[in-house]
Design a protein around this ligand. Structure first.
Ligand SMILES: [Zn+2]
Ligand SMILES: [Zn+2]
Length: 226
């Protein structure tokens, strides 16, 4: 399988350990990717082992999708570009989730739902750098029940369980938890989990620039400007 048919998850795009979030230093030995899905990277064997109970389900889903897509390089390239695009806008997406769920003031709302954002390739996308190829066309919050219905035939229950586990785990480490976004581009759907640091830092981030109920309009602007 060629490299272009491997979808790179956030940890690979941003070059941070999928478990401890340590950043890959440019001069140091490259972090190793998960050999099954090739989507995430780890700074050490220890981090990979610690991550496995949580990574198991998404890993299986990604590995299956990778295998299916390896037979269709054009579709694979489209998915790879989409993943790279949202990886480049992870800051704006995180901020949208914080404001949409008012997490600065109501941290437990994280468990209530998922942020759904639909994007499309711009008609003149060929003229733009990868970072500007897509534009958000719609967005709303989904309850866990609605998320389950939406993901039914994609292993919805397993995905919701992995969200719950990831939240519990991050909270034990002192973080606020993990924001989950469902990103849709044409016939591609990607589930993106973004770690939110301490409740205080999230409150500070929201208060510095509160998008409030206009989170979607602000997100549209942010992905054009950030
Ligand atoms: Zn690590
Ligand atoms: Zn994996």
């Amino acid at each position: 399988m060629s490299e272009s048919t491997h979808f790179k998850g956030h940890s690979r795009v941003l070059k941070v350990c999928h478990w401890c979030a340590k950043k890959q230093e440019p001069e140091a030995k490259p972090f190793q990717a998960c050999s099954r899905c090739k989507e995430v990277i780890y700074c050490s064997k220890e981090c990979q082992v610690a991550s496995w109970p949580l990574h198991k389900t998404p890993c299986k889903l990604s590995a299956g999708a990778n295998a299916a897509m390896s037979k269709n390089p054009v579709a694979a390239q489209g998915i790879a570009n989409f993943k790279k695009w949202h990886g480049l806008h992870v800051g704006a997406l995180r901020h949208a989730a914080i404001c949409a769920f008012n997490l600065g003031h109501n941290p437990t709302a994280l468990e209530d739902g998922v942020l759904f954002v639909e994007v499309k390739l711009k008609s003149d996308h060929k003229d733009f750098h990868l970072k500007r190829k897509y534009e958000p066309t719609g967005g709303f919050t989904l309850t866990m029940k609605e998320t389950h219905e939406m993901l039914g035939n994609m292993g919805g229950a397993a995905i919701l369980d992995s969200i719950k586990e990831a939240n519990l785990h991050m909270r034990r480490k002192g973080a606020l938890g993990v924001a989950t976004l469902l990103l849709k581009a044409h016939d591609m759907v990607d589930i993106v989990k973004i770690i939110l640091a301490s409740p205080a830092s999230v409150r500070q981030e929201q208060e510095a620039d509160n998008w409030g109920q206009f989170w979607f309009e602000n997100l549209r602007l942010a992905v054009e400007l950030d």
